[in-house]
Design a protein around this ligand. Structure first.
Ligand code: F6P
Length: 537
């Protein structure tokens, strides 16, 4: 297959983008009164309005042509068949099997993995129920009051985000804490007010070799043993979530207290696997299963809907259009719902660890941009911070606005205020305000440029009825599939993460050099000087 930029569909989009350069969203809406209702799609409880993107019907047709030319349909089926689409690590990427219903079949290396997924879910539900009901007792016989998840990256961000998003559905009499950073402050602050006799640690690590997680898990064990005295207390206060039973046992956690998953679940695609144990402890097994139902509904839509009406596919193709043809370099994720406050952080890993890559899966350097930078904050807070740049900055940023019609905490008219702001921001970004409008408002002439808004800045709107376990699951699945589709278009392996390795190797070399003041240093002069400055003695 020719390189992406040599594909006729890519060239057609490039030519179309040139011809389209001076088209403003004002013109697109002006010439089509139905646009705001027409360029929308609904799936799995989410309404997606993409009309405020700089696209015409031709653009969408050409983008679907590009998806076809990149073999997207076949790649989706390859994923569903459990083939090793993570080519550099020779692994399947079968997170869709984690939310399969009992009768479905997903085959990896000749084995149907669904029964094991359901068996693990049943064990998680049993453990969660015992902790939540007080039947699971700590070493001294007291019930558990605090759950501390120790993990990092995909073993932290998904559970943190989900526990926050579903706080409304969670057990308020249990305390949930998340420790990720190797900075001792994270652990010390997390346990400061906890009673070891009433605390359970969930050590979450796919590999169970991650430096930060093991350091924090060792600190947790030491803290527990200082209070409870006996090594056998560990069994009542530690459980593990991992693919690596041998390392779990080596750490001293009884394999009977381990919840497993397989290497075909990528870390950043794992919040609905056993890695979701702390989420299940917070919201209960029924809510966790409802969340899986939301994932599954979006999966079914993604697999079956034609691309022109497929929410994750359209979301991905618009992202490619913005990034590769309109020069958009970053995407702001703007949840207008406080419960989704950690969603931007969660997406940063999902998107950038997946698609922040410069080589195709065949090892050739791309001659096109891949993932934009993702970042964001909840609205309306962001409006009083970085929205200035979104409206009048020289850099182009695409925005995803996420909102819900019904608040879980209605407070006077505050939800209407929140929603009015969401809608107003998309309107302002798209249509701006002309100099003529500013003058008509009586502005002094010297301030006219400052009060003018060019508009024509792209945004998506995603709306659900309310935050529920199911709507959260569908939202996450939407972004998972969008990430995959973008990776297919860019011909990259979205499921590996080689770019995190070099820093880990270098840190391992520097640790003993920091400990030993006499260790000879053979780095560059800056690195040597930094090590000397930060040595203990
Ligand atoms: O360093 C990156 C990474 O490998 C992520 O991909 C992963 O989510 C995270 O570290 C944690 O890994 P583990 O779950 O194996 O501890």
């Amino acid at each position: 297959m020719p390189g992406r930029t040599a594909l006729p569909a890519w060239k057609a989009l490039a030519a179309h983008a040139d011809a389209f350069a001076n088209t403003h969203l004002r013109d697109l809406f002006g010439s089509d009164p139905e646009r705001g209702e027409r360029l929308t799609v609904e799936a799995a409880g989410w309404y997606f309005d993409y009309s405020k993107n700089r696209v015409a019907d031709d653009t969408l047709r050409l983008l679907v042509d590009l998806a076809d030319a990149c073999g997207l349909r076949a790649r989706i089926e390859t994923m569903w068949r459990g083939e090793k689409i993570n080519s550099t690590e020779q692994r399947a990427a079968l997170h869709v099997a984690l939310r399969a219903s009992a009768g479905e079949k997903f085959i990896v290396d000749g084995e149907d993995v669904v029964p094991e997924v359901h068996a693990t879910l049943a064990r998680m539900a049993d453990f969660s129920e015992r902790v939540r009901s007080g039947a699971w007792r700590g070493f001294t016989g007291k019930p558990i009051r605090a759950i501390v998840n120790i993990g990092i990256g995909g073993s932290d961000l998904g559970p943190v985000m989900a526990c926050e998003a579903l706080r409304h559905y969670s057990r308020r009499d249990l305390v949930f804490r998340f420790v990720s950073n190797v900075d001792g402050t994270d652990f010390c602050e997390a346990i400061r007010d906890l009673d070891p006799a009433q605390t359970v640690f969930v050590v979450s690590s796919k590999t169970f070799t991650t430096q930060e997680t093991l350091a924090n898990a060792r600190a947790a064990r030491a803290w527990l043993l200082r209070a409870l005295g006996e090594e056998c207390a560990v069994g009542r206060h530690f459980v593990a979530v991992s693919t690596n039973a041998a390392e779990v046992a080596k750490f001293g956690i009884d394999p009977a207290n381990m919840f497993g998953f397989r290497d075909w679940v990528g870390g950043r695609f794992s919040m609905d696997s056993a890695i979701g144990l702390s989420t299940m402890l917070a919201v209960g097994a029924d809510n966790f299963r409802a969340m899986l139902g939301g994932f599954h509904a979006m999966d079914a839509h993604f697999r079956n809907a034609p691309f022109a009406h497929n929410l994750p596919v359209l979301h991905a193709l618009l992202s490619v259009w913005n990034a590769n043809f309109l020069g958009v370099e970053s995407v702001a994720i703007l949840p207008y719902d406080q419960y989704l406050k950690r969603f931007p952080a969660y997406l940063q890993q999902l998107v950038m660890e997946s698609n922040g890559k410069q080589d195709t899966q065949h090892g050739e350097r791309t001659d096109y941009a891949t993932s934009p930078v993702f970042w964001g904050e909840p609205g309306t807070n962001g409006q009083h911070s970085f929205f200035q740049l979104l409206h009048q900055g020289t850099r182009r940023v695409a925005c995803d606005f996420i909102g819900v019609r019904e608040s879980l905490n209605p407070l006077g008219d505050q939800h209407e205020l929140l929603l009015a702001n969401l809608i107003a921001q998309t309107e302002a970004l798209a249509f701006g305000k002309t100099a003529a409008q500013v003058r008509a408002e009586g502005s002094p002439e010297r301030l006219v440029p400052h009060r003018t808004f060019d508009g024509n800045r792209p945004s998506n709107v995603l709306l659900a009825e309310r935050i529920t376990p199911a709507s959260l699951g569908a939202l996450v699945a939407l972004y998972e599939h969008s990430v995959f589709v973008q990776g297919v278009i860019w011909d990259i392996d979205s499921f590996d993460q080689w770019g995190v390795e070099l820093g880990k190797q270098l840190a391992a070399r520097i640790v003993p050099e920091l400990h030993d003041s006499n260790a000879p240093l053979a780095h560059d002069s800056s690195t040597n000087a930094l090590i000397r400055r930060l040595r203990k003695t």
